[in-house]
Design a protein around this ligand. Sequence first.
Ligand code: G1P
Length: 294
Amino acid sequence: MSKNITARPVKKAVFPVAGLGTRFLPATKAMPKEMLPVCDRPLIQHVVEEARQAGIEDFIFITGRHKELLEEHFDYQAELEATLEARSKTALLEKVRESEIPAGHLFCTRQPKPLGLGHAVWCAAKIIGDEPFAVLLPDVLMKGKESCLKQMVDVYQKTGGNLIAVEEVPRAETNKYGIIDTKDESLAIMPVDGLVEKPEPAKAPSTLSVVGRYIFQPELFEYLSAFETGAGGEIQLTDAMAKLIGKQPFNAMRFDGKSYDCGSRPGFIEANIAYGLSDPEIAHSVKEVLKRYA
Ligand code: G1P
């Protein structure tokens, strides 16, 4: 029997930012990969803004060693603001202020060892408490007319329970993602019957991949705290998610927009082009630059 879950509002979001960023070395030798800029703001800020537009109020970073810069980025920078003010750089000052997280709303906790995404999310258990929450992976940028998490919150208000965003991937690439099993892929909101982390193409139950945006009920922590290892010997978020199926509503939705895998160099470069083309200040120049490479 499924529990009767009412859609309690989602106000807290977890951002796992402990990863090493090896695919961007040496750029990420001394700088967190989440600080790599896409257009005029670091990856992490794009994702924090997506969450903010969905009504998220509390931001929980799961950090690790050498990630202090992330905290710094969202802080109030008195000297910088005073300089911009003195120089009447109002637009820039506005941009800087937009990048702040207000007092009492940024929480940072460490994942001491890289034990897997499931373990990273578990590190937020005490801060989340008994509330629904979102998880956003900053490697993936979601670009659409409306924030992806906002689209999800709108659906969640009707469905309650757990909800993930999915998108189609080529069958040859199922071994890079969490993949869902669902009976009817034509539905706008698809009940999830199963989840597998990085299945080989021949064994994948579908080609619908989990894109790194999740809304969960706090019962997820009961399964994460078993610390069971799965694919790649890591404590997988996907495995704990799979255990919620049948106990609580668990749905998947396609979001309206495009995702950019900024954990890969080509995806990161494409994101910079896409965000550059939608920035009115530089769109024209970016178009001119692209013509030279056509
Ligand atoms: C993680 C998740 C996977 C998901 C992917 C999305 O994998 O474990 O289920 O599909 O993010 O980017 P990772 O990319 O950390 O290996």
